[in-house]
Write a protein that binds this ligand. Sequence first.
Ligand SMILES: [Zn+2]
Length: 245
Amino acid sequence: MRWLRNLAIGLVALAVLALAVYGAPYPLFAQHYTHRRFDLWSDRPIDEAGAARVLDDAQRRIARSALDDGRQRFRVFVCNDNWKLALYSGRFQGGMGGVTDVYLTRNIYLREADLSTNRLIPAHPGRAPMSDRPLSYFIAHEATHALEGRALGRLMSLRYPTWMREGYADYVGKAGQFDVAANLAALRAGDRSMDPKASGLYRRYHLAVAYDLDVKHMTVRQMFASRAPEARVLAQLRADPEFGR
Ligand SMILES: [Zn+2]
């Protein structure tokens, strides 16, 4: 039975190591800056004036969320070294713009960013447009996931559909900078930008959330509680002659 004991010890050691790595990423992010409700860490020197402007704009966006009571603090880690994003995303690849650990810490991890120009450095320049997605949008999008996690529970990724979680994070993150008519026309035309899997964009999800919240006047909690399938909401908004006019 010695092998069983060794296996148990090994598993416990692995779990402790994982908790230490994911629970306390601070040693890998030497630079720290606090502004309002944000704690910002980076593995490169922080332009504090630029960071303050970015975080002020992120706050302006987050304030649109009915899930925000203003009390939650946000911990944001900028991974200029991409392997850190690969590690802390738990996906072992760092191709995403950002990720939030909704299960354990509600820490937000972002890819390489330029605080001075409010810009995220995209993984594939030119593939997905960044003109309507400054760094402050990415922070607000991820912070909305942290708000969702607190309001809906740590297992919300399993309990609620992707279109609601991502669509609502974009609805908040874009702060009203979203052309419903143009996106509806793109959806009708079968444009690639409306396919989240192909484009990496959440415009179709955003459209469905905008329909639930702005046209049907559901509260965000009512929308999540409905757990409606995306296809049903898309069918409704496609059939609504007033939507996007
Ligand atoms: Zn997201």
